[in-house]
Design a binder for this molecule. Structure first.
Ligand code: CP3
Length: 347
């Protein structure tokens, strides 16, 4: 038995086996934002919880919301219900989610940021509850935002634009920006390791805004922090596979895949699958990349989109997903059709 196989856990989860580099039939699937506003049962619980942050920090509610899509559609993995912005919150930056507008963060003073691990203990309780309820062949994905993406919200104070303020700040003051990234890296490693101790089976790092940085900054603030998080977690939890999702990175995906050492690479809708398989997908699990608007559209267009992806990755270790999150107007029946199309596709 090879060294790699000898150190890997035997698992009944198709999702985890794909991340170990073994092609699965049928292809395992989950969807970014699979728990959320397109589901009436989510909207009902969200109304009971009041604020979005209250939902994230109430283990009973958050566990229930995490499990809702699995009960309906039988995905191969559940993703913890939380948000990437709980890290700035735990670092002491004020955070609010304004109804209908999105996140608003308070003033940023990098020297005053101190990570308070206790603020995130409800998240670990959510993970324990979900893991107890999930079947053994279903994986539980923990996650965090990548430092660059989290820093974008911390500096700009909100989303919605191109994060030009953050980029100007970083380009003018690269050392000060390095210091902010370093603080977010440390907090992220502590947070993800604690998620694994609580029962997360795999981790995903969301770099939603990596596509805003050209080289050499992409290497400095996307690849390097991801490498550091990966290598520090490999020491603390060597059995736990990690997926990196460098959204918008285009051709830089290849450098990201080769240099970060992640077990899986998430691809957005613009990355050609044949190019990705050829250049960095041999033996490495790829994940993606259906256009969320095809899921919103449904019908033949959806079925053809799903089959096109599955044909392109035949024989490769692959996890089916969208290229970005489920759009909130998506009819739940379209997700049921997607699940049926994936499950019935001949490998
Ligand atoms: O199902 C899942 O994917 C798990 C839960 C999850 C949420 N956010 C719940 C959420 C995950 C993994 C995230 C990640 C996240 N959060 C990212 C990275 C992925 C991406 O979308 O690019 C980012 C950039 C955020 C930050 C964030 N959270 C914004 C900008 C917003 C407001 C915009 C919006 O869609 O409303 C949120 C809120 C948020 N996070 C909601 C959900 C379900 C909607 C809140 C509500 O119910 O009102």
């Amino acid at each position: 038995m090879s060294q790699v196989l000898a150190t890997q856990q035997v698992t009944s989860s198709p999702f985890l086996r794909a991340l170990q580099g073994v092609a699965q039939t049928p292809v395992p699937f989950w969807l970014m934002r699979q728990a959320g506003r397109y589901l009436p049962e989510y909207r009902a619980l969200r109304a009971t919880a009041g604020s979005f942050l209250n939902l994230c920090f109430s283990p009973e509610f958050a566990a229930e919301v995490t499990l809702q899509p699995i009960r309906r559609f039988d995905m191969d993995a559940a993703i913890l219900f939380s948000d990437i912005l709980v890290i700035p919150h735990a670092l002491g930056q004020k955070l609010d989610f304004v109804e209908g507008e999105g996140p608003r963060l308070g003033e940023l003073d990098v020297t005053k940021l101190v990570y308070d691990a206790d603020k995130l203990s409800p998240v670990y309780e959510t993970i324990r509850r979900v893991r107890q309820e999930l079947a053994p062949d279903k994986a539980l994905i923990g996650f965090a935002g990548a430092p660059w993406t989290v820093a974008c919200y911390m500096v700009d104070g909100q989303g919605g634009g191109e994060f030009t303020r953050t980029k100007i700040f970083a380009y003018k003051n690269p050392e000060a920006f390095d210091a902010l990234i370093a603080k977010v890296v440390d907090a992220t490693v502590a947070y993800l390791a604690a998620q694994v101790r609580a029962g997360a089976d795999a981790l995903q790092l969301f770099d939603s805004w990596s596509g805003l940085l050209p080289e050499p900054y992409f290497t400095r603030w996307v690849i390097k922090p991801a490498q550091e998080i990966r290598s520090r977690l490999a020491k603390e939890c060597p059995q736990t596979p990690m997926i990196g999702f460098p959204r918008g990175a285009g051709g830089l995906c290849q450098h990201y895949a080769e240099q970060t050492g992640f077990d899986g690479i998430g691809l957005d809708t613009q990355v050609p699958l044949d190019w990705a398989v050829e250049n960095f997908g041999k033996g490495r699990c790829l994940q993606g990349n259906l256009d969320p608007v095809l899921l919103l559209t449904g019908g033949d267009a959806l079925e053809q989109g799903v089959r096109g992806i599955l044909d392109a990755v035949r024989g490769q270790p692959f996890i089916f997903n969208l290229g970005h999150g489920v759009i909130k107007e998506t009819p739940p029946e379209h997700v049921a059709l997607l699940a049926k199309t994936i499950r019935s596709h001949a490998g």
